[in-house]
Design a protein around this ligand. Sequence first.
Ligand code: FES
Length: 293
Amino acid sequence: MSLMGFLDRIADVPTFDKAIEPVRRGVLAALRPPAVKDFLHGTWLGHPLHPVLVQVPVGSWLSAGVLDAVPPLRPAATAMIGTGVLASVPAALAGAADWSEQEPGVRRVGALHAVLNVTALGLYVGSLVARGKGRGGLGRVLSYAGLGLATASASIGGHMSYAQSSGASHAATAARALQHDWMDLGPLDDLPEGRPALRTGTGGSADVPLAVVRRGVRVDVFVGACAHLSGPLQEGTIEQVRGADCLVCPWHGSAFDLDDGEPRRGPAAVPQEKLEVRMQAGHVLARLSSRHQ
Ligand code: FES
């Protein structure tokens, strides 16, 4: 069985949820107020924060592995290991915030990712202690073992991103199915005022749900699948969030600015796909932005 097949097996085992769910509830309780959690998601950045932060511990520990191979450079390796240990804390917090809002299969694989990371961190802390006591040989054994585990864990994180789409924009995926021409979404007068309505966008092989919001003569059109996990934005609500009128997802509460689709509240960390709009003879026309063409 391939490594990816093994991870898919783990994603399919609901028995793990008995152990995972209390931890998840603990993470959700610990990451209050919501502004803290949104900060860790990267909502303010418009990009998930976890993959940005993990560069520091991974880079530091990899550098330490190279420096340890050259005896005169070993003191620098110790400094790199210490840097990685400190930097792993915010990286882990950001990862935990994202993990707590994922689908069950991603949470199961993510739990393995976390266990390996915590074990690697323990090995690196042990390495620092051993080096501090003058037991450099043991320190190097522990840190190389930590590097092996951290590398395995990083590849599992990659599987979560690429195979399980845990950090991907689900809205961008849905948008790719839309045609590039202007689409007639029907008469302006048929749209309800101040709440999202479902309209259907024409796709190459399948139709794509769109969330259409009318405020007076102004109309904003978004891909219906939420960027976070494809929640149906056409079933969402319009709310003021952090000073902006937002389309709010009914599944996990992500709020997207009606003006530009930017996330104003997580767990979404990337903007929602918004379509260009124009009026013609009382009808609303919409099309994908040019970056998709
Ligand atoms: S699907 Fe999670 S916030 Fe929309």
